[in-house]
Design a protein around this ligand. Structure first.
Ligand SMILES: [Zn+2]
Length: 121
């Protein structure tokens, strides 16, 4: 599988670790959007699109992010989250991601190369 197009939208917030979003087309037939380019401690890296894990409010059934202590709809208290069970990274779930390290590296190299071109425009 090859990347046939990469589109970058710069975020442009100087204090944000999130630098840009990428939209990547594979083999001219499949697009993955909302890939994030993030400034980490050891330089830029690419994060796959992810979704915040949610849980239902026991009172009204509203879906809240798993880290919320109170319901965003009715304000009712939510059961405290078992912090050991859900580290911050486990509070997000990848929607799509490469299985092999080589393919992850390939995506990251291509996306960061496009980002650098876009950034210096
Ligand atoms: Zn509620």
């Amino acid at each position: 599988m090859q990347i046939t197009e990469t589109r970058i939208s710069l975020v442009g917030r100087p204090n944000s670790r999130l630098r840009a979003y990428a939209s990547v087309t594979f083999d001219d037939v499949f697009v993955v959007r909302d890939i994030r380019i993030i400034e980490g401690k050891n330089g830029l890296f690419v994060a796959m699109p992810s979704k915040k894990m949610q849980r239902d409010c026991p009172k009204c059934g509203f879906k809240n992010p798993i880290s919320n202590k109170f319901c965003g709809s009715c304000g009712g208290a939510l059961n405290p989250v078992d912090e050991e069970k859900f580290t911050p990274s486990q509070q997000h779930r990848d929607l799509a991601h490469p299985i092999k390290t080589e393919f992850r590296d390939y995506i990251q190299e291509r996306v960061l190369a496009e980002y650098k071109k876009e950034e210096t425009k």
